[in-house]
Each structure stands twice: as C-alpha cells, then as structure tokens.
Design a protein around this ligand. Sequence first.
Ligand code: NAP
Length: 269
Amino acid sequence: MHNAAFNALGIDAAYYAFDVDKKRVEKAIRGAQALGFGGLNITFPLKEAALHHCNPDAMSKRIGAVNTIDRRGEGYNTDGIGAVRALEEAGLTVKGTTVLLLGAGGAAKAIAAQLLVDGARVLIANRTASRSLILARQMTEANIDCGCGDVEAHSLVEIDRLLSEASVLINATTVGMRGILDGQTLVRSHQMHSGLVVFDIIYHPLETPLLREARAAGLQTIDGVKMLVNQGAASFALWTATEPPVHIMEAAVRETLLRANSAANEDQG
Ligand code: NAP
C-alpha cells in the first residue's frame, strides 16, 4: 500500500520489509536512521521492544508499544487511530458509544487506549480474564485526569449480557484468522441484536466467520482492511507530511489479499 501511494504521488521512495531478530531491534532502528530511512513501521512481535529505542509520544507510551518511527526518531502507535478511523468512515461517532472489545493482546490494547481517549465506554472481554483485568487497570491508571471514557474488564462467558449493552462489537483476538483459528468465531448471529455494528480487525481471510455471522443477521460490518489501511495512512502522513491517497492504498491491499485468499483456497482445495 505504501509503494502504491508513493507511485500515485510521484514520491521517489520505496517501502521494504526486513525480517529483524528480536535481539537486534536497537541495531536495526539505529542502522535505518544512519542510512537515512524516511520512516519505519515496526510489527509483531517487536513493537514493545522498539518503544525503548525511540522517543515515544504520549499515546505510544500509554499503549507501551510503537508501530511507527519517523526520520527524527519520534515513535508513534497508529493502530488505535486506524481502528477509530475505520469506525468513523462507517459513520459512527466514538464519543459516548459502548464498545465490546474481544481480546486483551497487543492490538486490543492499542484500540482500547484510542477509544478511551476519544470518549468511548469500553467493555473488554478476554478468554484469560486476568489479562482483561490487567489491561483495564493499566487503562484506568493512564486515564486519570484525561476526561476519557470508562473501561470494564470481563470474561468471555459474559458475552451475551455485554452484547446487549454494546452498540459496537470489535474482535481483536486471533479467533477466525487464517492458518491459526480457521473457521472459528466467538459470537454467532443469533447472539447479535439489531443495530449492532460488527468490526473484525482480522484481514486474512477478508471475510471472517464473525463477519459472515453478522451479515447473516443483516448487520453493518467493518473488515480488518479498513484498520490496516488507516493505520498505514497515518504512518505515511507522519513520514511524508503529505495527505495519503487512502483509496489507492486500500485498493492495493484488497488486490493483494484477494490474491492471497485465492491462493490459500486453492491450497485447501
Ligand atoms: P495477541 O497479542 O497474540 O493477542 C491474541 C488475543 O487473542 C488474546 O486476547 C488471546 O486471549 C485471544 N485468543 C487467542 N486464541 C483464542 C481462543 N481460542 N479463544 C479466545 N481468545 C483467543 O495478538 P494481537 O497482536 O493482539 O493480534 C490479534 C489479531 O489482530 C491478529 O489476528 C492480527 O492479525 C490482527 N491485527 C490486525 C490489525 C489490522 O490493522 N487490521 C492490526 C494488528 C493486529 P488470551 O489472552 O486468553 O490468550
């Protein structure tokens, strides 16, 4: 998506992926800076370690992880922004909305932090209830004096009651992800009420089992590509100080993922 954006804007730059060993994160970041890279994305599982080798902004400190570093060494986390922009693009106002967030891993943490800063009420439900409690505690401590929304910790067994309170459901677990928990979903259509908006941040496959359930119930859905593209667009804006061509970036991602989906389906067939 970044190369498509560079091409569309006539920017003489290229985006490459490098496989970096966890022990060499600092060297990789310093090396990229020494070589004059215009910016970096950092992905799983290096986001937490990278925080210690840049100058993190307030949001990435709150999350405890960075996914972007600019040429000056300033660190940011655009994952939560990507999720919130995906909701806003779908016509939702985050402030005052009750969101049921499934998961308490890295992605859930970034989304929870941004939703709370933007004034949502966030109900976190996770398979390991102690992890949702820890996440909610961290968010509550970070929220003191910020005028943020309220956060609650729950376990997955409470899902039906929590769904009745929420107007948005976000899956930030790996359940339903291709190659990991294929074909599975934590919520079925009969559990979803009318008016619920269902957002799955998984983007491979493009249509997850959860989204299929939501469509069967006639509900509005948002797929993981929307978050992926919006977090990427926010990084692009930080590196280039240029308005990102979001639609071109989204088209590039969808084209690549459609090809990956077809290849995976052929392999299965
Ligand atoms: P992570 O840190 O490993 O967290 C995984 C989460 O999934 C944990 O909450 C875990 O619960 C839960 N989980 C795993 N197996 C489960 C099961 N069988 N039943 C119920 N819950 C289960 O992963 P992550 O980095 O947060 O990523 C989560 C997903 O988001 C991945 O699919 C990733 O590709 C996607 N993602 C998408 C974007 C995007 O831009 N669209 C960005 C980041 C991540 P426990 O705590 O109980 O283990």
